[in-house]
Design a protein around this ligand. Structure first.
Ligand code: NAD
Length: 251
């Protein structure tokens, strides 16, 4: 397949849904070979099928990004299958608490930090040695709540601030190895995670949309296009950057 990522190998975690699925489809549209990892194996397989149906090449793996051995196995399978890794979108995440800091349980705290922050660290830990063989690009999915606070989701906010810090640290450490490391910071994007938290009530949707300049929710494709740009040669001098994709909510 011709395209911006022809002959390149891209990894997407959380690729069974939302922004991960949209980004996997976008990489495939641009000719990339895509490894799709998700804790929900069936969902990842559906993304693979959609790519194959449109003439692309993809493979899926059922992986919990918070488990080192599973992430190591994912990277090994990617290399065995296609021989290299060129870009990665570390996107898998959860948002499960619904109250202020003192109400957050230890289990909630541990799970959110394990998936969102340790998961991104583990992915980079195993991706970087592969990317170092010929350079490449990593994009981590943070959030606008990785740049400013938000109420009633303290572990999530902490994990996303952590991703921003880790992204900057990795960019400084691996620039000389030809690896660029950036993050996207989405605002309100209509995905399953958003619906689980906010529901689909039109009045509430209008209220949330009105918080940004464009007066609409973002789509998974809005974020996918930003990720592809950060992985492409068009952004060759951009690293350690957190690209806000929020319709102007934080402007
Ligand atoms: P989503 O729920 O549609 O997708 C998340 C995917 O991650 C799911 O397929 C899920 O199965 C997978 N996943 C969850 N835990 C996992 C684990 N341990 N290992 C592997 N896969 C796992 O939600 P989304 O909105 O597309 O979320 C993607 C990312 O975007 C998340 O990191 C989220 O925090 C971030 N984000 C979302 C919004 C929003 O408004 N939706 C805003 C900012 C940032």
């Amino acid at each position: 397949m011709a395209g911006l990522f022809a002959g390149k190998v891209a990894l997407v975690t959380g690729g069974g849904s939302g922004m991960g699925r949209a980004t996997a489809l976008a990489f495939a549209r641009e000719g990339g070979h895509v490894m799709i990892a998700d804790i929900h194996g069936e969902a990842a397989k559906e993304t693979v099928q959609a790519i194959i149906d449109s003439g692309g090449e993809a493979l899926s793996a059922q992986v919990d990004v918070s488990v080192a051995a599973e992430v190591a196995g994912l990277i090994a399978t990617t290399i065995t299958t296609w021989g290299s890794l060129d870009c990665a979108f570390n996107n898998a995440g959860i948002n499960i608490e619904h109250g202020p800091l003192a109400d957050c349980t230890e289990d909630e705290w541990d799970r959110v930090l394990a998936v969102n922050l340790k998961g991104v660290w583990l992915c980079m830990k195993y991706e970087i040695p592969q990317l170092a063989t010929r350079g490449g690009a990593i994009v981590n999915n943070a959030s606008i709540v990785g740049l400013a606070g938000s109420r009633n989701t303290p572990a999530y906010v902490a994990s996303k601030h952590g991703i921003v810090g880790l992204t900057r640290a990795a960019a400084l450490e691996y620039g000389r190895a030809g690896i660029r490391v950036n993050a996207v910071c989405p605002g309100a994007i209509k995905t399953q995670m958003y619906l689980d938290r906010e529901g689909d009530d039109p009045e509430n949707t209008a209220r949330i949309a009105s918080a940004n300049a464009l007066n609409r929710l973002g789509s998974p494709a809005d974020v996918a296009e930003a990720v592809l740009w950060l992985c492409s040669e068009a952004s060759a001098f951009v690293t350690g950057h957190c690209l806000v994709v929020d319709g102007g909510e934080t402007a």
